[in-house]
Design a protein around this ligand. Structure first.
Ligand SMILES: Cc1ncc(COP(=O)(O)O)c(C=O)c1O
Length: 383
């Protein structure tokens, strides 16, 4: 039966993600538009984003946090380009983004001493294979497979290499063991529902040391440069951005952070995301056709929640037909205005991906789930 009630907010995209509940353009009314980002007011707003992010995330006092160009991609690439090559590198990858970083290490950075430790969609590689005398690049949460690392226990405190972590779909929704992480990157467009285009990069004291002691033998574009003449460019970590940021985006990031504080800070944000996962887990447990891509609960993401179809009559279809039907489910739900952008990522197995980050209300997930059953029923009539 076609459900009668719809989610209040049909935005379940995995990026840009849903704005926080109650968001309107009014949230941007105090933006320092038309002002220099180096003016007193501009710099104060940038510094406030850094300070409040550190506070909410409980970052150690000796870690630095900077706002950098080109979103999370810019942040992780600047880390890789400026730090890698000093020692062998292990890239751990289990979905599209991690695989992209592995490919860049090989084909762009042309690192000689490089290992890729990989697993297929839905699984995590054997983390015991990582050699911690090497630098290690990995994503905390694989957004396109819905698989996350369960914790930081696999990262030794006395590692010799740096742990470089793309945590864009994890930060603000998952506990980050900061002492195990030397570089952490994310963007504003994910868990707090900010605008895209700006990245954040957190550095441990060991990462700063690397930047000051090592100069990679490769050209570095200005937007990747974090040190000069063997000294960290400290201003980047106080709000003096490398190039011009959007003050509208900055205002929006501040709005997201204020909202984060209003829902109880990090523990409140994590609880909201976990509650979204729980709602879908309860539904999957009773479903005759849907299953998680990440079968193991211990590694299942609470933000990018990836579903597959496990109905035998669907699985008997060709891969092309399966993909076609999955797309039909997604477009039916979009047409009904109940869910936007929930198709699985272009390189991932056919299915659905529902964002369960902190800005998504569990009652909206609850309202969506009967619609998934309805849409699958509609599609199933055709095979
Ligand atoms: C794990 C991961 N890394 C990197 C990116 C790229 O982020 P951005 O487009 O903000 O640069 C994404 C975007 O979804 C992601 O999920």
């Amino acid at each position: 039966m076609k459900p009668t009630s719809k989610p209040n907010n049909p935005c379940f995209s995995s990026g840009p993600c849903a704005k926080r509940p109650g968001w309107t353009l009014d949230a941007l009314k105090d933006a320092a538009v038309g002002r220099s980002h180096r003016s007193k007011i501009g710099k104060a707003k940038l510094a406030e984003v850094i300070k409040t992010s550190k506070q909410i995330l409980g970052m150690p006092a000796d870690y630095l946090l900077g706002i950098v160009p080109a979103s999370d991609t810019g942040a992780i690439e600047m880390a890789m380009w400026s730090m890698l090559g000093e020692r062998p590198v292990d890239v751990v990858a289990w979905e599209s983004f991690g695989s992209g970083w592995a490919a860049d290490c090989k084909s762009q950075l042309k690192l000689k001493d490089l290992r890729s430790i990989k697993a297929d969609y839905g699984k995590l590689p054997d983390l015991a294979q990582v050699d911690w005398t090497h630098d290690v690049v990995f994503t905390w949460n694989g957004t396109t497979s819905g698989v996350r690392v369960p914790n930081g226990n696999w990262i030794p405190a006395d590692r010799q290499g740096l742990s470089i972590c793309d945590a864009t779909s994890a930060v603000f929704a998952m506990e980050m063991p900061w002492d195990k992480l030397d570089v952490v990157t994310w963007s504003w467009q994910k868990v707090l529902g900010g605008e895209a285009a700006h990245g954040m990069i957190a550095l441990s004291p060991r990462a700063v040391k690397r930047l000051e002691a090592y100069a990679a033998d490769r050209p570095l574009p200005k937007i990747f440069q974090m040190s000069k003449g063997g000294k960290l460019i400290a201003g980047i970590f106080e709000g003096e951005t490398i190039n011009t940021p959007s003050m509208l985006c900055v205002e929006d990031a501040l709005d997201g952070l204020k909202w984060a504080q209003s829902v109880g800070g990090l523990s409140g944000l994590i609880a909201r995301s976990e509650s979204n996962l729980k709602a879908i887990e309860d539904w999957v447990a009773a479903s005759g056709w849907a299953a998680f891509l990440a079968e193991d609960k211990a590694i299942r993401s609470s933000t990018s929640i990836c579903l597959k179809v496990q109905d035998p009559s669907y699985l008997a279809l060709s891969a092309d037909d399966q993909a076609k039907h999955a797309k039909t489910i997604v477009s039916l739900l979009e047409k009904e205005g109940v869910a936007y952008d929930i198709g699985s990522y272009r390189d991932a197995p056919a299915g659905m991906r529902i964002w369960g980050g902190a800005t998504v209300e569990t009652k909206d997930i609850d309202a969506l789930l009967p619609w998934l059953d309805w849409a699958y029923g509609e599609v199933k009539k055709t095979f």
